[in-house]
Design a protein around this ligand. Structure first.
Ligand code: ADP
Ligand code: MG
Length: 688
């Protein structure tokens, strides 16, 4: 039988919390809910705020709404109305300047703690009204008149734990900080002028003062970003490093661009030459192309695929939806006509006979370019020589899917395209593993889409405008937030809207499109819309990405309060793609602040980067879509937007470290490498 080695007086940082005096099974269970098993784990539980005992206030100086620390002597504690344990505890206390009351709901069990004459310290939000001063549920402790003034942590709690319990544990942990090893490489600490891990832990939990607290927080923010950046950078070099990269002859690209029916914009040319430089170099390409909707990413991607084809390599072009894959397939058919390239479509909705035929062609190399959905990365797909991998609308794919696809080739070049502009500050963090090209220019002759907001009363005007456009030969989209009525009572469904639009315009040809239709139904509806036979397409957000029908000039969005900014921007990108003036009509009857704010932003700008920044402001980086989907471990202190300067510094230091020690073998970096592995092991984002 294993012997218990940790007696109570030989507690260490890595002892289970149950070894700490006063922590029994119940409390251990509660600590576990906070992710705390060992004593050291509490060091990662950052305080949500601080009780600053240096700013003790006299009762007569308290102002309404402030948070304050007060030391006061209990006059009496009494139970108010209610039954049994559910009674409110009123603690009346005074200092030399006045009296206040601390109120605890369901406070019966606290009564014995407050004995008349005892000195207590209360910390909480002050309510001062008509000369009465009250604190509701303040945190409190018996005040030791000799105690030094300091700053105390206020931790997030869980049922079964008090502030005192957690403070005890963190205090215990701080006693054993000498056991903690430095988690950052010495070079980083020197370069960014950081405090050590023990100083940081001490001052994030029990700050000595403002300065030390800031130094501690700076270091911990830096550390989170440093770990993240290293993990991302390693996942990027893995695959490329040590293998013979491809070095394509890129002179063929010109042959392709010369044959395009238009001249590339300056931004397209810049992005393409960055891509070609990557393809030519023997390092594997890992590039993100960010371009606003309609900026012409497809043509750039095609020039890259043409180059790979001319070099005898296969390309795979992956789109997030069936509709989009089919549309790309058609576009490629046109752009590559006469080039000799053999292009095939691969989606899961194809018949098995069709799929078998394409799979055979991919395996024997007779297919040069495969366009498709997730089907392109199924286990049974084998490529003869996959040299270029392109994913469109990257935010719809997890990174692991992107990696699965590139694993199907030997060190293929990887290009990801997104129409979701990511603010620079966030891109630094999110895409530390990618080089970035930006297409920030629309093809010439595009007129900005005129965007107008309507409330319920103006709804008919919106439909009048739509009708006028359609009767003059254009086409229109009408988008609803839901498919069926049952999903929400207060918003339009595509089905109901479809019926309404049909009866509103009985002589116009209307189609319905949503995600629950069969592939065949969807295809046939889309085809009829592409061909111009359908004049109005009522749909859900399935048309959000990529659909390209230049004759469509109206995007009418119902219940816009149900859509995010980025989503509406994508929807608006479906129009204004041809030579005709286009309109985006945003209908919302909601007067919620965000709904109105979003609609106003849409009306005021068509710049995707501006919209992305606003979106980020409104939602915060944690909610910014794409962020979670990237499977990144949660950042706890770091906010890549607020701390963009730290982010830049951390990234620079990571690059310097990896330039010297690319696989973290240097003994100097050994402990950091071990911590990195532990931290990212559970995340499917990275396998180091
Ligand atoms: P996105 O970047 O949204 O994927 P697309 O590649 O679908 O944009 O291009 C949008 C439209 O612009 C297409 O109809 C395409 O043919 C056209 N286009 C692309 N590049 C140019 C250009 N340089 N000049 C004119 N039209 C262009
Ligand atoms: Mg596109």
């Amino acid at each position: 039988m294993a012997q218990k080695t940790n007696s109570r007086n030989s507690i260490g940082l890595y002892s289970p919390v149950t070894d700490v005096k006063g922590v029994g099974p119940k409390k251990a269970e509660a600590f576990l809910r906070l992710g705390i098993e060992k004593v050291a784990d509490v060091l990662d539980l950052y305080p949500r705020e601080y009780e600053d005992l240096r700013n003790k206030k006299q009762i007569c100086l308290l102002t309404d709404g402030e948070k304050a620390v007060v030391t006061a002597r209990v006059l009496r504690a009494t139970l108010g109305r209610g039954f049994g344990r559910k009674r409110t505890l009123h603690v009346l206390a005074e200092d030399d300047t006045g009296r206040m009351e601390a109120l605890f709901f369901n406070g019966t069990y606290l009564l014995p703690q407050f004995k008349a004459g005892q000195l207590f310290r209360f910390f909480g939000k002050v309510k001062a009204e008509n000369g009465r001063v009250t604190m509701f549920h303040p945190s409190y402790s018996a005040a030791d008149p000799d105690a030094q003034d300091g700053i105390l942590p206020v931790y997030p709690l869980t049922r079964g734990l008090t502030q005192k319990d957690v403070r005890n544990l963190s205090g215990k942990a701080l006693e054993h900080l000498d056991e903690l090893r430095e988690t950052l490489p010495a070079t980083a600490i020197a370069s960014a002028n950081l405090c050590g891990i023990d100083y940081a832990c001490r001052n994030i939990h029990y700050p000595e003062d403002d300065g030390p607290f800031r130094a501690a927080r700076y270091r911990l923010v830096y550390e989170e970003l440093f770990y993240l950046d290293t993990a991302l950078a390693l996942s990027r070099t893995r695959g490329g490093r040590g293998r013979t990269g491809r070095s394509f002859d890129t002179s063929f690209a010109k042959e392709f661009t010369d044959r395009l029916p238009y001249k590339l914009t300056g931004a397209q040319s810049r992005a393409l030459s960055e891509i070609l430089a990557d393809m030519q170099s023997d390092k594997a390409m890992n590039r993100l192309v960010q371009g606003d909707v309609g900026s012409g990413k497809t043509a750039v991607a095609c020039a890259a695929m043409f180059t790979a084809y001319k070099n005898g390599s296969q390309s795979a072009f992956m789109a997030p939806t069936d509709i989009l894959a089919r549309q790309h397939f058609e576009t490629l058919g046109k752009l590559f006509s006469g080039s000799g390239a053999h292009i095939e479509l691969l989606t899961s909705s194809m018949t098995s006979a069709e799929k078998r035929r394409v799979l055979k062609g991919l395996a024997d190399g007779s297919v040069d370019i495969a366009v498709g959905t997730h089907a392109l990365i199924s286990d049974n797909v084998v490529y003869k020589d996959l040299g270029l991998v392109i994913t469109d609308e990257q935010h719809r794919f997890g990174v692991s899917q992107r990696e699965t696809l590139s694993a199907k080739g030997v060190s293929p070049d990887v290009l990801v395209m997104t129409a979701t502009p990511i603010p620079r500050t966030l891109a630094v963090v999110l895409y530390a593993d990618l080089d970035i090209s930006i297409i920030d220019e629309l093809p010439p002759g595009r007129m900005p889409v005129e965007t107008t907001r309507y409330d319920a009363a103006g709804r008919n005007n919106a439909y009048d405008l739509l009708e006028k456009e359609v009767r003059s030969g254009r086409q229109a989209y009408v988008v609803a937030p839901f498919i069926e009525d049952s999903e929400a009572l207060d918003a339009y469904s595509a089905e109901a809207l479809f019926e309404e639009v049909k009866s509103r315009f009985p002589d116009l040809k209307c189609g319905l499109l949503h995600g629950r239709m069969s592939q065949q139904e969807k295809d046939s509806v889309m085809e009829r819309f592409y061909s111009g036979e359908l004049q109005i397409l009522v749909s859900t957000v399935v048309i959000e990405v990529g659909i390209d029908v230049p004759n469509a000039t109206v995007m009418l969005i119902e219940n816009s309060e149900r859509f995010g900014l980025a989503q509406m921007h994508q929807l608006r990108g479906r129009v204004g793609r041809g030579v005709h003036k286009s309109y985006c009509l945003i209908i919302t009857d909601s007067d919620s602040e965000t709904a109105v704010e979003r609609a106003e932003i849409m009306c005021s700008t068509t710049d995707g980067f501006v919209i992305a920044n606003k979106d980020l402001e409104i939602r915060g980086p944690g909610e910014f879509f794409g962020y979670r989907q990237h499977g990144l471990p949660q950042l706890r202190l770091a906010d890549p937007v607020k701390h963009s300067a730290v982010a830049v510094q951390a990234l620079r230091d990571v690059k310097a470290m990896l330039a010297k020690d690319p696989s973290l073998c240097d003994p100097q970096n050994a402990y950091f490498a071990e911590c990195l592995r532990n931290k990212y092991m559970q995340s499917d984002r990275l396998t180091l």
